[in-house]
Write a protein that binds this ligand. Structure first.
Ligand code: URA
Length: 233
């Protein structure tokens, strides 16, 4: 507690960079060494959360044994040991969150019960019809035998000449290759896939390969929404 800390300081048991400091309210910097009773105390580890615009052709991991590019290659100079929260396929681009938070939020967001909505934009083979959308919305049987949950789906555009469609699909599950498997199940294989939103977060302001830190407010909202969704879905 603050009171107990003040007592330690007044008793001369606290050193900053090797010098006893008895004055209350002395300011320290992040890299100052603080000792209590001769023992160096560890600073609380800061949690960091990043929103990354993952390019296609990058592995959602911190290392790859085949030497391919991994997402953390984009975070040069980052001292924290960050890792991606969930995954995007090698050939999928878009929003990916990374953190060094080895517990709560990452677990919360990855746990099936807590899944928050994610919107994908897919370029798919063929012309997607309203019956196809109905099937996607209701849930389809995927090749892994699982049924997808209810989803939101709409056609953004279709190109008759080139015989492909651009479709937006919002899901809260995250099985392996889920979006690709859903489109395959309705006979419209995915040609290109991008994740555009993750809950309320978007790629606004970023270009492929760039990232930004999440604000405390955004982290707080992610927590709240994840908890809220676990009750609803
Ligand atoms: N669904 C997929 O099929 N691939 C992804 O990368 C993400 C969701």
């Amino acid at each position: 507690s603050r009171r107990a800390s003040e007592k330690l300081i007044l008793e001369g048991r606290v050193k900053v960079n090797g010098v006893v400091v008895k004055e209350l309210g002395t300011k320290v910097k992040g890299d100052d060494a603080i000792e209590v009773n001769g023992t160096l105390i560890e600073r609380e580890r800061n949690k960091v959360y990043y929103l990354f615009y993952k390019p296609r052709g990058v592995i959602s991991a911190v290392k790859d044994d085949k030497g391919r590019r991994v997402v953390t290659d984009y975070f040069e100079g980052e001292k924290n040991r960050i890792y991606p929260i969930g995954r995007l396929d090698y050939d999928t681009s878009g929003i990916l969150l990374l953190t060094n938070d080895d517990g709560e939020l990452a677990n919360l967001l990855m746990h099936p019960r807590y899944k928050v909505d994610k919107t994908y934009v897919a370029k798919v083979e063929g012309l997607v019809q309203s019956d196809d959308l109905k099937r996607l919305r209701k849930g389809v049987k995927m090749k892994d035998g699982h049924y997808s949950a209810r989803a939101k789906a709409k056609v953004i555009s279709s190109d008759r000449a080139k015989n492909h469609s651009i479709v937006s699909l919002t899901i809260h599950e995250g099985r392996n290759h889920q979006v690709k498997n859903m489109f395959e199940a309705i006979g419209h294989p995915v040609m290109k896939l991008k994740r555009e939103t993750y809950d309320f977060l978007t790629l606004k302001g970023l270009t492929s390969g760039q990232y930004r830190e999440l604000s405390n407010e955004e982290v707080k909202t992610l927590y709240e929404n994840a908890r809220k969704n676990s009750k609803l879905k």
